[in-house]
Design a protein around this ligand. Structure first.
Ligand code: KMH
Ligand code: ZN
Length: 280
């Protein structure tokens, strides 16, 4: 079977050190968590940045600083900044990391409830706007879909020429307000995308590892990380992102999937060939 791409979502915007003390806030913590995840087998780091007090920010300079610090420790890893940011941020605020020389970024493909009174807003026009900017800058979008309707919208926008081949989806399942991450949900989504697309799964909370195993068995790719889940097993906090990545590597071994290096990941995802021009 094809090699397995492991993405590690090391920080997110919502979880705090009160939830898990290994959530990175400072530049040094962020770089170290990325490095440990990379050493464990992650070829992509999905990156949110925080201020030193833990508040989420999409500040371009903060991203630049974090990316340089990560690059120093693991020069070849793929850094995939978030353009989702945190609930309530404006679209231009969220898009700041696309002003940097990046290879890849997330593109959130629909609005959903995000717990309590929170709504994560991604209108059709937002998605077109984000997609256009990423296309112009040769940034490969990871198409984050939190439910089936988001996939349908991507396929419509693809047909209308706003989203381009090759498409790489991420099924983010188990958000409080989105679709659950049961096997039937996974199979439904997998069957809903064209067969020439690639996909990854990100299971939130208890869905993280069952979904990872399903994706591994079905030829998909996997995202894990403290952004999505803070536990290694029921009631046992992960002692850093590397614990979660190592568990995926074990699952991959069980199902005879080799792990893709960053270079192999670039080939699988058709990431910007002239990556050397992207210096961060
Ligand atoms: N923090 C969430 C509101 C992304 O990174 O693109 C959005 C998010 C998605 O995490
Ligand atoms: Zn994210």
């Amino acid at each position: 079977m094809n090699k397995l791409i492991i993405t590690c979502a090391i920080s997110g915007a919502e979880v705090t050190k009160q939830d898990n003390p290994f959530i990175p806030y400072t530049i040094e913590e962020t770089a170290e968590q990325a490095y440990q995840a990379y050493l464990a087998g992650a070829s992509i780091i999905h990156l949110h940045v925080r201020n030193d007090d833990g508040t989420p920010t999409q500040d371009k300079d903060r991203y630049e600083e974090a990316m340089k610090a990560i690059r120093k420790k693991c020069p070849d890893v793929i850094i995939q900044p978030s353009t989702g940011g945190a609930v309530g941020m404006t679209r231009d605020e969220r898009l700041q990391p696309t002003e940097l020389p990046i290879e890849m970024a997330t593109l959130d493909c629909g609005t959903l409830n995000f717990g309590g009174d929170d709504i994560f807003v991604n209108t059709e026009n937002d998605i077109k706007y984000f997609a256009k900017i990423m296309h112009e800058k040769n940034i490969v979008p990871e198409l984050e879909c939190f439910e089936k309707g988001h996939i349908d919208l991507v396929l419509r926008l693809h047909k209308k020429g706003f989203i381009f081949d090759p498409m790489h989806f991420s099924f983010v399942l188990g958000v409080n307000g989105g679709m659950t991450g049961e096997e039937r949900d996974f199979l439904f989504l997998k069957e809903s995308i064209p067969t020439d697309c690639t996909f990854s799964v990100a299971g939130i909370g208890r869905y993280e590892f069952p979904l990872a195993e399903l994706a591994i068995k079905h030829g998909g790719h996997v995202r894990v990380g403290l952004e999505d889940n803070i536990y290694l097993s029921k009631g046992v906090l992960a002692q850093g992102n590397q614990d979660l990545v190592k568990k995926v590597v074990e699952l991959a071994k069980k199902h005879n999937r080799e792990i893709a290096t960053p270079e192999e990941t670039r080939k699988i995802l058709n990431i910007w060939e002239k990556k050397n021009e992207k210096t961060l």
